[in-house]
Design a protein around this ligand. Structure first.
Ligand code: ASP
Length: 304
């Protein structure tokens, strides 16, 4: 029997002071839901799914309802879930009618011989497997309509750095170790503000924004997706853990590599099957939560 561990993130960026409480509450609620699964002997896979569902439902985050809008004013969501015991994975990209894309991703993992579905095909798969579809408008909130309007007005006459760390990166993710010694990871996002329709980021791509293998580690990332994709950063980090490096060091090393190699920014949570974990970011803040049977902590400010 292993001691369970759950690590959660709720985005890495310059989270403003007046949003700190909402972020901390969000990761706390997600922790409570995920931990309930682990404490009654449930699967790491179920724990990361339940934790991510809570954050998809929380409008604080760029996942599910309340996500950033794309250039056309629509919500387009991506999510991935992966099981470290079997390497089975399920991903959805560019879905517009799912409140909880991670639920559809989980169905793909469990019920499909395939790994990844996009757009209408993903929605059709979800509907055929009992997941109700919503309207895209049901996922849009006034705050995001205003944010997009303001952003588009600003970028119309000035060159704005689309990927400055001050721009919100509120993707959510979780990594877990269960009592049987299996690890899992899940990541869910609305992507980047004003993204081109059809643009897919790192979050839902295996090895980029999410990865899990009992023999290496489970990882979930957040931040500017394109640089993370170029480095296949979640897999990069997991592989380094397999060579014997501590997840704590590897997470920090991965974020340094992201900065040095492609001038990227973001954050990562990393966990191996021995329960060793790492949390790192090079943005001013990252919302995170950690729980073991002996310890529980929540954070938002970078510790230097
Ligand atoms: N990584 C996500 C993406 O590029 C965004 C984020 O983490 O906020 O789609």
């Amino acid at each position: 029997m292993h001691d369970p561990v759950l690590v959660i993130h709720g985005g890495a960026w310059a989270i403003p002071d007046d949003m700190v409480e909402a972020h901390l509450n969000g990761v706390r609620n997600a922790m409570a839901a995920g931990w309930r699964v682990l404490e009654r002997g449930g699967l790491a896979l179920d724990a990361v799914e339940e934790a991510v569902v809570i954050m998809e439902d929380d409008e604080t985050f760029d996942a599910g309802r309340g996500s950033f809008l794309n250039r056309d004013g629509k919500v387009q969501l991506d999510a991935l879930i992966m099981d470290g015991a079997t390497l089975r994975a399920g991903g959805v990209g560019c879905v517009e009618r799912l409140r909880n894309p991670v639920r559809a991703a989980r169905k793909i993992l469990s019920d499909s011989p395939h790994v990844y579905f996009v757009a209408e095909g993903a929605e059709r798969f979800a509907a055929e497997h009992g997941i109700p579809l919503c309207r895209n408008e049901d996922l849009i909130i006034p705050r995001e309509v205003e944010r997009l309007r303001e952003f588009q007005a600003r970028t119309a006459d000035a060159k704005v750095d689309l990927f400055a760390p001050t721009i919100s990166h509120d993707t959510v993710g979780a990594v877990a170790l269960d009592g049987d010694g299996n690890i899992a990871a899940a990541t869910s996002t609305g992507g980047t503000l004003n993204k081109a329709p059809g643009r897919l980021g790192d979050s839902s791509l295996i090895g980029c924004g999410c990865y899990a293998d009992n023999q290496t580690a489970a990882a979930s990332t957040t931040g500017w997706g394109e640089p993370i994709m170029k480095l296949v950063l979640a897999k990069w980090a997991a592989d380094r853990v397999a060579t014997g490096s501590l997840p704590e060091w590897v997470a920090a090393e991965a974020i340094n590599y992201l900065k040095d190699r492609v001038d990227g920014h973001g954050g990562m949570i990393l966990l191996d099957a021995r329960g060793r974990f790492g949390i790192a970011h090079n943005t001013p803040r990252m919302a995170w939560a950690l729980k073991t049977s002996k310890h529980e902590s929540y954070g938002i400010v970078r510790e230097n």
